[in-house]
Design a binder for this molecule. Sequence first.
Ligand code: SF4
Length: 576
Amino acid sequence: MFKMLRINMSDLTVKSEDVPEDYKGLGGRGLTSAIVLKEVEPTCSPIGPNNKLIFAPGLLGGTNCANSGRISVGAKSPLTGTIKEANSGGQPGQYLAKLGVTAIVVEGMAKDNKLYKLFVGKDKFELSPADDLKGLGNYATVEKLKSEFGDKVGFATIGQAGEWKLTAASVAFTDRELRPTRHAARGGLGAVMGSKGLKAIIIDPAGGEQSPIADKEAFKEASKRFAKALKEHAVTGQGLPTYGTDVLINIINEAGGLPTRNFSSGRFETADKVGGETMNRITVERKGNPTHGCMTGCIIQCSGTYLDDKGEYLSKWPEYETIWAFGPNCEIDDLDAIARMDRACDDIGIDTIEIGNAVAVAMEGGVKEFGDTAGAEELVEEIRKGTPLGRILGSGAGLVGKAFGVRRVAVVKNQALPAYDPRAVKGVGVTYATSTMGADHTAGYAVTANIMKVGGDVDPLKPGGQVELSRNLQAATAAIDTAGLCLFVAFPVLDIPDAFNAIVDMLNAKYDLSLTGDDVGALGQKVLKMEREFNMMAGFTAADDRLPEFFTQEKLPPHNVVFDIPDEELDTVFNF
Ligand code: SF4
């Protein structure tokens, strides 16, 4: 039943094959990274015919396990030059798994700048021309596709940024309402899709069925225990469903780790105006929905609906990282404006973390003033118009820093840092520096033990214990991404032993295995080793596993701390 689809964009052929032996037992990030390592030349051009773009649901995809429908997208990244995996919610992950598709591997490159769309249904796979979608944003693309394919399908699409191969371009996935609000955003994977001439994938789940399970009773019992843990934990049972990820604004601000005015302070004076409590209040006042799941089977439901002041749908609830990037980091405290920029980025198909950083660096470079809300919106619109300035912004914070002579540019391996200052949250600083993906909080979310005291208590301001914390979290995260679980399950997994045991039990029940908890941890380590092997062959060394110099020299108020974890310690993160 399980198959892998190979889509060759050079000769426009679609082949279905059995999953090769080498890839068996892998899903999600583990599978995308294994395929990139084995099949992609590490020194190839990321936007050339030799790169491959892979879509893969996780090992628990297509089942009734809560929060298990993520989809991983992998390739060599045009932004970082490293291996890349970014995963997303939305419906397509579950749909693919229920169709028995383990992975879609997109190879080659279309000729003459032509665009195509791929239909994936029950035993039907077809490429067809899509030049009528050229130049359209994700929202208009989805509307047009809906008129052709109906509303019982899921879409993966790119906007203008992907077509133009901007290095911050994302791949959009539709949510339950068929809105392109969920993104595999980081690392420019939309540019890889654009380079291949693939504008859209349509996934029709009709005729699909639940993924086969070897021991249904055991699976059901374990999935109930898992769901119970998600409901019981304060973060996944109360905080996220009520305030979304934006619950973090006031927490990180209080901790002095909320990067403000392009990483020049750790506190923002009016943070509360953009915090989760305020977003919840505005949403309730406008009769919107604060608690909403981005995909079927999500029982945490962190994604609300943001309405404008007339009560009309504007965007999904912007994530904490988006609100920070366009908010405190640009000295902006207007939630409506931030939601408009979130909507614009979803439509253009571009990473909000990268673009918020790019705007902040442009402000520091004198293009606009910090705090200029209308100016920030104008810069985002420059990207939509494809002007030379817009193309520079859409290529990320690193390029903007070079173009405007800015020294304080918060990137690692050319990928912009997310919403936690590494000087005041040092564990996540270790993750930013050493992740195989460039700066990425989701790769090893040490905010848990540093700030939230989930899964331990490691002082965020001191160097001790941070390397070990990041090491363990990076391995655990690679396993969670391979299972296809939403990363937010990590909160109960770190605090409630039975939540982790339930994941192990579900994997065993589904695949008729007898894995132990240690085996699942080892799976995460194996994925990291594969990714590091690719990066080394692409030319990366320990010298790339560092934060920008200013983090070790400029003291961050209010704690007046620098990032002070020695290089020799950073070099031991992957000693396992
Ligand atoms: S918890 Fe949030 S991000 Fe995760 S699946 Fe649910 S709505 Fe999506």
